[in-house]
Design a protein around this ligand. Structure first.
Ligand code: FE2
Length: 340
């Protein structure tokens, strides 16, 4: 594990008072339907023609997932990893009334302080993910943020590689992420690598009212396959939504057409919480006012200079796509598939 990586984690079991956890199950249903989250957008400029997270996607296709077992074609792989997501809170905006207690949870804020040893915690976003039987999530690290560089302005794979390179630490904004669960699910374990990519994964079973909090920008993690039913997984595609029908029943629809139906106990619902972790108010201010921001050209110059030193690059830079693949290959070291 490189020194600039924070691998502390806390498992909370139970996470919330029982009533509060039950209310979140209700909130999930009352929120309405959930859209399919997939990152279709391709990069322009640096990395052009490649998907935003080609780092994790290519590794998934190459290795066949955490157990190296997937023989699926690319379409099925896409359907497996195209899950459903909606945002419950973002900044001051509350999209799911009732989420406030989790959003401002002292237990999470306290645990977040311990991860980086930074006392000023600012919860920034809460979103919900729904995975259905047969779905899984490729091993990855989350998209970090740097002063002046976020996913709004910069390709996601580049932000990830920047962090793994360790060359931009003074510009990074540490983010704590908590993931919590609200039903017992067969399969769908949260597999993470707190001891680094070369050590075995820890698989957290999805059990009602439990949570894990860690630095998911540094710690590799993924979701093992949610146990499949007898029938094969339908082809989940962008544009589909999963709708609550009441009494724990859910339907996936493409427009008005029903594609599949599930009950709560076979699904995997999780709530993700992310918070900025500042050393002090001064640092928070510097972040807000965009003083000493990084820029894309400076980042590419630093990376290319380092790649030259490592003997991976001549003075002449390759084209945008090849340079992107070289950066990902050199700096992002994924865990190997587990074959036993
Ligand atoms: Fe993640």
């Amino acid at each position: 594990m490189q020194s600039h990586f924070y691998n502390t984690y806390t498992e909370l079991d139970p996470f919330l008072p029982n009533d509060a956890a039950q209310q979140l199950v209700q909130l999930c249903e009352e929120f309405g339907s959930y859209g399919l989250y997939s990152e279709e957008a391709l990069n322009e400029g640096i990395g052009e023609g490649l998907p935003q997270r080609f780092d994790a996607a290519f590794n998934f296709v190459r290795t066949g997932g955490r157990f190296g077992r997937s023989q699926d074609d690319v379409k099925t792989l896409a359907a497996r990893t195209n899950y459903f997501r909606e945002t419950y809170a973002y900044g001051e905006e509350i999209a799911a009334p009732g989420i406030e207690a989790l959003y401002k949870s002292e237990a999470l804020i306290d645990a977040a302080r311990k991860i980086f040893g930074r006392p000023v915690i600012e919860p920034a976003i809460v979103y919900a993910n729904l995975l259905l039987p047969g779905q899984e999530l490729a091993v990855h690290t989350d998209v970090p943020e740097f002063r002046g560089m976020s996913r709004k302005t910069c390709p996601q794979w580049l932000l990830v590689a920047m962090h793994h390179s360790g060359l931009f630490d003074e510009f990074r904004m540490p983010i704590a992420t908590a993931v919590s669960w609200y039903q017992d699910t067969e399969g769908g374990e949260f597999a993470f690598y707190p001891d680094g990519a070369d050590a075995p994964a820890r698989a957290h079973s999805v059990r009602f009212n439990t949570a894990v909090i860690t630095d998911t920008d540094s710690v590799f993690h993924g979701v093992d396959r949610v146990q499949e039913q007898l029938s094969s997984m339908p082809p989940f595609r962008p544009g589909m939504r999963v709708h609550p029908l009441g009494e724990g029943q859910w339907a996936v629809r493409s427009g008005k057409e029903e594609i599949a139906r599930y009950s709560w106990s076979e699904m995997r619902f999780s709530i993700s919480w992310k918070a900025y972790c500042f050393n002090d108010e001064e640092e928070r201010k510097r972040w807000r006012t965009h003083k000493e921001d990084l820029g894309l050209e400076a980042v590419l110059d630093t990376l290319c200079g380092d790649l030259e030193k490592r003997g991976r690059l001549e003075k002449q830079r390759p084209d945008n796509r090849n340079l992107a693949e070289l950066i990902v290959d050199e700096y992002i070291h994924f865990p190997a598939a587990q074959t036993t």
